[in-house]
Ligand binder design. Sequence first.
Ligand code: PMP
Length: 404
Amino acid sequence: MLDIQKIRADFPILSEKVNGKPLIYFDNGATSQKPQIVIDAEAKYYQEINANIHRGVHTLSQLATDAYEISRVKLQHHINAKFAHEVLFTSGTTHGINLVANGFASILKPGDEVLVSALEHHSNIVPWQMLCEKTGAVLKVIPINDDGELIISEYESLLSDKTKIVTVNHISNALGIINPVKEMIAKAHAVGAAVLIDGAQAVPHLKPDVQDLDCDFYAFSGHKMCGPTGTGILFGKEDWLNKLPPYQGGGEMIKEVTFEKTTYADLPHKFEAGTPNIAGGIVLGTAVDYLNGIGFGNIQLQEHKLLEHATKRLLEIEGLRIYGNGKNKASVVSFNIDGIHPYDIGSIIDKLGIAVRTGHHCAQPIMNFFCIPGTIRASFSFYNTKEEIDIMVEAIKKAKTMLS
Ligand code: PMP
């Protein structure tokens, strides 16, 4: 059993007031809060070892390089990648997906197919649309049912030898649905297609095992898992990363440069042009240590309790509809109340110190599917409590009375 009060004390922002009220932070799907140990690690890097990496012979440069590479290995173990050079530092999920989509421009031919799902965040739709425009490939969409679950039989019938890459999120940001990615990856591989998993919403809740999943690429952001903004990881299987061309050209990613020809560095540096977010990359390792210290089993237990409690309490409100009632869900509740715009509820409860997200959650196709402009999304983390949920439910009831 987690001692939630002890855990909450790790997060200084959780004792702040917003609009004169104690902060209740239920926008964890957008970004998580940071424990003091992460905040301190960022300052410590700049206070003690700040230097550019992979370049200098001087001591600080070596200390910074070692810390950065140790963090890479930590992330490798965290996701169970076979090699550290399969773990690329990025600025976040968006960067990772664009890197792969850009690389596939050299692989796809007109008429090839890219399969995305109807549950995707815009950052796992738009780069593939851009790729299709560039190459003449065709974008196909795996549909969802009324519970927001992917329809696997439709997925199977979309797969063919024309499918070159399937790209799907592990957990949907807008609805919290957990997709059966392992099964989907096996089916894609059976027709020879590669698979990218957008793990942005999964990594705060679970420890992905990329070898067990057998995914070809797995992209995620550090800021949603207690780490700093502007950090992320793209895992890619060695063979794929060797096959794809570099994404950006510049320093760090070369072996030799002449005006006639440039040769590229080995993995992972081929994909890491320029000075990276050194502090961020190191501190992402601290965040992963922190989460593993709590334990993902404990995190899931706590978050599941919060999900069940919130679902039950919110459904007490007349006219409230929850979107995404699939069986496998992370701790996200996306809902609306009959006749009330989500923005109005969000604004009123913000005045009471409660942070939820309202709108389309960068997933407009899902909103179009349900014929709504957006939802109110409460996304919970292990540091949230049932008492906070009760306060939100009462605040929503009050807001509803005001707005009806
Ligand atoms: N995919 C999903 C499912 C997300 O939830 C997000 C962030 N909301 C992203 C991709 C993009 O992540 P980032 O903005 O950190 O690059």
